[in-house]
Design a protein around this ligand. Sequence first.
Ligand code: ADP
Ligand code: MG
Length: 258
Amino acid sequence: MAQVFCIANQKGGVGKTTTAINLAASLSTLKQRVLLIDLDPQGNATMGSGVDKHQLKSSVYQVLLGLEDIQNSKYRSESGGYDVLPANRNLAGAEIELVDFEHRESLLRAALAKEHVNYDFVLIDCPPALSLLTLNGLCAANGVIVPMQCEYFALEGLSDLVNSIKQVHANLNSDLKIIGLLRVMFDPRTALQQQVSDQLINHFGDKVFKTVIPRNVRLAEAPSYGLPGVVYDKASRGAKAYVEFAQEMIQRAGIKND
Ligand code: ADP
Ligand code: MG
């Protein structure tokens, strides 16, 4: 059975997509079968996996509308070694087109039900909003990974996300839990970041992943080559941190890795 994880934070630019791509590629080097679902109309996870969002015959949009299934819509990230259910601008219209659909919050969950045997991990890269698309991600998932920068306003935004996750847990998906908070773009020389990181650990304890992703320019350069950072420069500090994070995820997910 696949474990399904949403990578969510309603703030933009906090490292969701970078985490999704690099976790997918790192898990694949650790011999896990991975499907990465791009739920953001910007299609950054798609392009960053080396799949051209302008040339899609089918995408997550068709899957949500029930026009295609995942089997016929997935692509292979050759560089990353994982499958991608891609997204492009079409997806931006889905919120409105789905208004009259029954169970419109659980369309992705229904589509995924058939795929569980094919993967060890399904990772869902969410858009930067608590929208119907994100709700579809949360309803389909066993757990949420929350990437965050240790900045002053980070904790404030977190409570909205935590409340949304609680509501989804109570009303729509009793499986859902926060797997962990991932500190990304971390610069230990900044006193404020250290302070926020300490606060985070005080407040969330074990829910804060041990692995910390440093700010590392190689991770930022990689998407323009259509490569995961861990493939583009696997000796970089950022790449090593994501591989370590994948190992921590395998442990937390309770999957044996031998
Ligand atoms: P989101 O998906 O949350 O909007 P992204 O993953 O797209 O965030 O990251 C936002 C920007 O920060 C991108 O330009 C990305 O390349 C860069 N970035 C992400 N993580 C790191 C990191 N650890 N070090 C340096 N740059 C990063
Ligand atoms: Mg993104």
